[in-house]
Design a protein around this ligand. Structure first.
Ligand SMILES: Cc1cc2nc3c(=O)[nH]c(=O)nc-3n(C[C@H](O)[C@H](O)[C@H](O)COP(=O)(O)O)c2cc1C
Length: 213
């Protein structure tokens, strides 16, 4: 089994990193032979979409004849997803949604004709579903009775990853981190992870993507 482990916080001592590490730990406890594919977007951010990449993605014609080399990074990142049986993401909330480094990853993996098909009825995923566990840290509160801000993070990730075919998402929020000391942070993390559902650990169905890898 392979686990793709992604972190997004620019901080090394971080609530979302602690969350994702704890999720990976729980997965390894039941699948000790699992190997980890590491993608640390916080430590090594991806570049923003380049002119060549944007040109290739600009029309069906250019997608059929890409600017040479323009899809290399995108392919590398998509292969990491395809190789993984499960994906674990640790991310902060930044300005009500995902941080820029996670958006840069999404900009590389969402590709018409490769990870989704555009149809009149909307995008159809070309990536086989697999569990995606997402640990979220937010300084304030975005869900529940005490929510004091909108949440464009969980809805956005559900929509965009769902468009690729990744629909089995579980979110684990640790909120109000601005007011948590280390001990309270650990308690909040344990409470969030109590919801972790490892009931279905069966291998995910693989879609064969038409025209894809
Ligand atoms: C640029 C930036 C924007 C932020 N925007 C929000 C926000 O919109 N809502 C919120 O609750 N917290 C916000 N925060 C606070 C972080 O979500 C919080 O500090 C969180 O714990 C960071 O994750 P980490 O501990 O994994 O680094 C923001 C922090 C930064 C640096």
């Amino acid at each position: 089994m392979k686990i793709l482990h992604i972190d997004c916080s620019p901080r090394l001592d971080s609530h979302s990193r602690a969350l994702s590490a704890a999720i990976v730990g729980k997965l390894l406890a039941i699948a000790s032979d699992a190997t980890i594919i590491r993608r640390d977007l916080g430590v090594a951010p991806l570049p923003a979409a380049t002119a060549d990449y944007a040109t290739t993605l600009s029309s069906p014609t250019t997608l059929a004849a890409p600017v040479p080399g323009s899809l290399d990074l995108s392919e590398e990142l998509i292969h990491e997803i395809e190789a993984a049986d499960m994906i674990v993401i640790g991310t902060p909330m930044h300005n009500l949604t995902v941080p820029a480094v996670l958006k840069a990853w999404i900009d590389q993996i969402m590709r018409a004709g490769r990870t989704f098909r555009s149809t009149p009825a909307g995008k159809v995923g070309m990536i086989g579903d697999r569990p995606v566990f997402i640990g979220i840290a937010s300084g304030g509160t975005f869900s529940g009775e005490r929510a004091n801000q909108p949440d464009f993070l969980t809805s956005y990730l559900s929509a965009v990853l769902g468009s690729m075919g990744l629909k089995s998402l579980q979110f684990f929020p640790v909120q109000a981190t601005a007011f948590l000391d280390a001990e309270q942070g650990a308690i909040a993390r344990d409470a969030a992870l109590a919801m972790l559902d490892l009931a279905d650990m069966s291998p995910p169905p693989r879609l064969v993507a038409a025209g894809g890898a």
